[in-house]
Design a protein around this ligand. Structure first.
Ligand code: G3H
Ligand code: 13P
Ligand code: ZN
Length: 333
């Protein structure tokens, strides 16, 4: 058993308390490789932002769980080396079983999500409670989920979303003891969050999605005042990078994300963790395509992954400063 405390990581408890009180959200960025992790750490140190590093079970399969664990430990040292010690959480994204959560906790994760959102309510409660009981023995925080997001979450995929039912949240939180709750208010995973027929188009033909259900969020906040709420599926799918991908041979169609103003509004509420993965994938793909198209003879991966990493730093800095409001919120030097 390796405790996350030995690795220099923190759990989410103090971080979320400050974020809810301060009206901002902590960035939860997924990573699968070194360049993404370097960019996340650089951007969060540059903007003095706390950060949650997220690892999905797909990422564990892709990159190897031991390597990812040591990379997260390395992130703590790298941040210090860059000159500012920021709080860093290592979080399991969309854990789908007790065994996976247990394994991650033993491996040094400081936070886990148990996603029982696709299960019948009572089974979700039972599974989540089991994970909480185990995790809390090691001071590891747990995120549960109520309501189903449309899109693909690892092996779990849902055609349609089901909004969180505010009447269930008090019962769920008190029965399970979770530290935070992911809810469904209209966000979804991936780069095609809404079908074109669900959207309107502006004068330039750009798809404008329907607004998030802030009424549901407000009802949930009324039931659970000050309780940490999490938003998944919160990429904005920046049109300039989608265009870049398509300009250099890509084929992304009808991509649409969550407008930044809506995420900013959510971050000012009890939403204190905002999950972003797809935007980083899009930026990386756009820059790799552009560089390879412009330099067809290039075959050194550093020459096309380097520019992608630089652009990722800009993306994460922009999110921390202008969308989540987390810039400047990491306390210590
Ligand atoms: O919610 C899903 C995350 O974007 C992780 O995606 O399972 O393809 O690693 P992944
Ligand atoms: P996006 O696909 O919108 O980036 O959402 C990521 C996510 O929710 C990870 O859990
Ligand atoms: Zn998610």
């Amino acid at each position: 058993m390796t405790s996350y405390k030995e690795l220099g990581l923190v759990n989410t408890r103090a971080m979320f308390k400050k974020a809810v009180k301060g009206g901002y959200a902590i960035p939860a960025y997924n990573f699968n490789n070194m360049e993404q992790l370097q960019a996340i750490v650089q951007a969060c140190v540059n903007t003095k932002s706390p950060v949650i590093l997220q690892v999905s079970s797909g990422a564990r399969k892709y990159a190897n769980s031991t390597l990812l664990r040591y990379m997260a430990q390395g992130a703590v040292g790298y941040a210090k080396e860059l000159g500012f010690k920021i709080p860093i959480v290592l979080h399991l994204d969309h854990g789908d079983s007790f065994e996976l959560c247990k394994d991650c906790i033993q491996f040094g994760f400081s936070s886990v999500m148990i996603d029982g959102s696709h299960l019948p309510y009572d089974e979700n409660v039972k599974l989540t409670k089991k994970v909480v009981t185990y995790a809390h023995k090691y001071d590891v925080s747990v995120e549960g989920e109520l309501g189903v997001l449309a899109g693909i979450e690892d092996e779990v995929s849902a055609e349609k979303s089901t909004y969180t039912r505010p009447e269930e949240v008090i019962d769920f939180v008190s029965k399970t003891g979770v530290d935070s709750l992911a809810i469904s208010i209209g966000t979804s995973h991936g780069a095609n969050k809404f079908k074109p027929e669900q959207c309107t188009r502006n004068a330039d033909g750009v798809l404008i999605p329907p607004p998030l259900r802030f009424d549901i969020l407000a009802e949930i906040e009324k039931k659970l005042p000050g309780f940490p709420i999490v938003l998944h599926g919160s990429s904005s799918v920046p049109i300039q990078y989608v265009k870049m991908i398509n300009q250099y041979g890509g084929g992304m169609k009808d991509s649409v994300g969550i407008p930044e103003e809506q995420l900013r509004k959510a971050a000012k509420s009890a939403v204190c963790k905002i999950n972003i993965d797809s935007d980083a994938r899009i930026v990386m793909t756009a820059l790799v395509r552009k560089t390879l198209a412009e330099k067809p003879a290039e075959f050194d991966p550093r020459k096309y992954l380097g520019p992608a990493r630089e652009e990722l730093v800009k993306l994460y800095e922009h999110k921390n400063i202008n969308v989540l409001g987390s810039a400047g919120k990491a306390a210590s030097k």
